[in-house]
Design a protein around this ligand. Structure first.
Ligand SMILES: CCCCCCCCCCCCCCCC(=O)SCCNC(=O)CCNC(=O)[C@H](O)C(C)(C)COP(=O)(O)OP(=O)(O)OC[C@H]1O[C@@H](n2cnc3c(N)ncnc32)[C@H](O)[C@@H]1OP(=O)(O)O
Length: 133
């Protein structure tokens, strides 16, 4: 976890999703709810993992999650993904969330996690990830 907390100047990986944090996603304190962020990270990671796997994937684990700073309502969120490791059927995907704060115009990393996706067939059984071209 420690090595994740360093200030990276730029996002790692490819842009997978961009979304605005709306008031309906807040918790009782008025900050954006972490559970909503995790769902969006899963969607971003799934989109990229299914490209790598050339088909259906399932989330099997979420590892090394860090909420670094709170997300403000109205923030423009960008989700970046990077495949860290590809196994027989699994893909470890780093998902970083970067925020462009509307008030301060500050651009910073707010959350990151490593998701593990598994390539599955139509019956939900694991299958091999095809070799990279
Ligand atoms: C403030 C915050 C509040 C938060 C508050 C939350 C509220 C907000 C919620 C938002 C939440 C969003 C996140 C939703 C994310 C879903 O929606 S998760 C639910 C959907 N996922 C599923 O239903 C998958 C269920 N699992 C399965 O069906 C089976 O585990 C699978 C995927 C078919 C795999 O079967 P298996 O028997 O485990 O297969 P197995 O051959 O043992 O392993 C396959 C590969 O996976 C790897 N693997 C298996 N388990 C693991 C593991 N645990 N770790 C790493 N690798 C593993 C193996 O090493 C293997 O790798 P390879 O050597 O083949 O490369």
């Amino acid at each position: 976890m420690k090595d994740f907390e360093q200030e990276d100047p730029i996002p790692q990986g490819d842009l997978a999703l961009q979304i605005t944090a709306l008031p309906r996603e807040t918790n009782g304190f008025g900050d954006i709810f972490g559970g909503w962020l995790v769902s969006q990270m899963d969607l971003a990671g799934t989109a990229m993992a299914s490209k790598v796997a050339a088909g259906r994937v399932a989330t099997v684990a979420i590892d090394r999650m860090a909420f670094l700073v709170p997300v403000a309502v109205g923030a423009q969120l960008s989700f970046y993904t990077q495949a860290l490791e590809i196994g027989r059927s699994s893909i470890q995907m780093l998902v970083e969330v970067w925020s462009d704060d509307p008030l301060s115009s500050e651009w910073r990393k707010v959350t990151e996690a490593v998701f593990v996706f598994v390539a599955i067939d139509g019956s939900g059984r694991t299958r091999s990830v095809p070799p990279r071209r």
